[in-house]
Design a binder for this molecule. Structure first.
Ligand SMILES: Cc1cc2nc3c(=O)[nH]c(=O)nc-3n(C[C@H](O)[C@H](O)[C@H](O)COP(=O)(O)O)c2cc1C
Length: 350
């Protein structure tokens, strides 16, 4: 199937272009961070299927530190070992660490792809975020996504303190790199619009809504154990995103990236209608392969053509809170009435 980047409507072309952190993208579909970007051939297939940019898997600072510590231990043990075995000691110069391998993959993707490549960083220490952010910029990343995977489990840490973590990281990085910075957020902020506005003031060019934190489960085995398994998303997960995109659209200037639950073109259309500038996908591509991206692009174009939309710009935010006749529809409109009027769908007991 050919790549769809624009579509003829009557005598007009549908313009699928969108803005993402100051980069002009040919369409709004962008694979989000996932193992797919570990493989150059897969990244090429995603580009061929129409991906407008690609976000790389994250570099996890804790993995880098753990690997460094392991290597150091190994080299120390080798140095203390038998003199006759010294010849077998690895040449430190030849060993490529995790960070170096990540930067190597970034350089490779930049070299072989035409689309923008976004690096993703999950740091632990302030110094780590800065060091790796600088290196990713030097390696040619077009933007930097900060995957701040913080579970606020500390009784002594307030909501303000959690928000402050994000500002401290952003402010430090903002002073270090010139790259556009996207903050990938969890949905667990008590006053999201206020927080996003503050991130914008602190220099973020985009937010990605929302990170999916993997939920630990209890395995009813003997003995009982915790199981940590990644579940791929389902389209139901778009609903959480739709509300907040609709609320934020038109009230902030930074890029709104939707991530979570997009499996078909209808999901992508809804994210754009709510106010997303770009629509990310991971689970559906892992599940169905890169061809799914092209199907979604074709479905989006076809839907726009049928509804006589001329551009993604025109479509974006059409159903955002500011454009709704009843803005309360994305807040608590009819909450009580809805509960009162609940009727069980077919096949549901009551
Ligand atoms: C197997 C897998 C690996 C992922 N790795 C990363 C990662 O390295 N960094 C990150 O920020 N997000 C990562 N994600 C999250 C995705 O980028 C995405 O935000 C999330 O899965 C929601 O989108 P989806 O419903 O399209 O999957 C990963 C997701 C999956 C399923």
């Amino acid at each position: 199937m050919g790549i769809v980047t624009s579509q003829r409507v009557g005598t007009e072309m549908i313009d699928l272009a969108t803005d993402y952190v100051g980069l002009k993208l040919k369409n709004p579909l962008v694979p989000s961070a996932s193992p797919l970007s570990r493989d150059l051939d897969m990244a090429r297939r995603l580009e061929d299927a129409g991906a407008a940019a690609i976000v790389m898997y994250s570099l996890f600072e804790e993995d880098v530190r753990a690997e460094d510590a392991m290597t150091e231990r190994f080299l120390l043990n080798s140095a203390l070992g038998h003199a006759e075995a010294d010849g077998f000691a690895p040449d430190q110069g030849e060993f490529k660490g995790l960070a170096e391998r990540y930067l190597g993959q970034l350089t490779k993707l930049k070299h072989h792809l035409e689309i923008p490549v976004v690096a993703s960083l999950n740091g632990v220490s302030a110094a780590g975020w800065l060091e790796f952010g600088r290196e990713m910029e030097a390696a040619g990343a077009d933007a930097l996504e900060l995957n701040v995977y913080h579970i606020a489990a500390d009784m002594a840490e307030s909501g303000d303190a959690v928000e402050q973590r994000y500002f401290d990281l952003l402010t430090a990085l903002r002073g270090t790199v010139k790259l556009p910075i996207v903050m990938k957020l969890s949905p667990a902020f008590s006053a999201l619009p206020h927080f996003v506005k503050r991130l914008e003031s602190a220099g973020a060019q985009g937010v990605a809504l929302f990170n999916r934190f993997y939920q630990p489960d209890i395995k009813l085995s003997d003995p009982l154990t915790m199981s940590n398994r990644i579940h791929l998303s389902t389209p139901d997960e778009t609903l959480l995103r739709l509300r907040w995109l609709a609320i934020l659209h038109g009230r902030v200037n930074l890029t709104l990236a939707a991530t979570g639950g997009v499996h078909g073109y209808e999901d992508a259309v809804k994210m754009l209608l709510a106010g997303a500038d770009v629509v990310h996908m991971a689970s559906c591509l892992l599940q169905h392969g890169p061809g799914r991206l092209n199907e979604i692009l074709a479905g989006l174009s076809h839907w726009m053509e049928e509804r006589e939309y001329e551009s993604v710009t025109q479509l974006k935010g059409s159903m955002s809170q500011r454009n709704l006749a009843r803005p309360d529809a994305v807040c608590r409109a009819n909450y009580v009435g809805m509960i009162d009027r609940y009727e069980a769908p077919a096949g549901v007991w009551r």
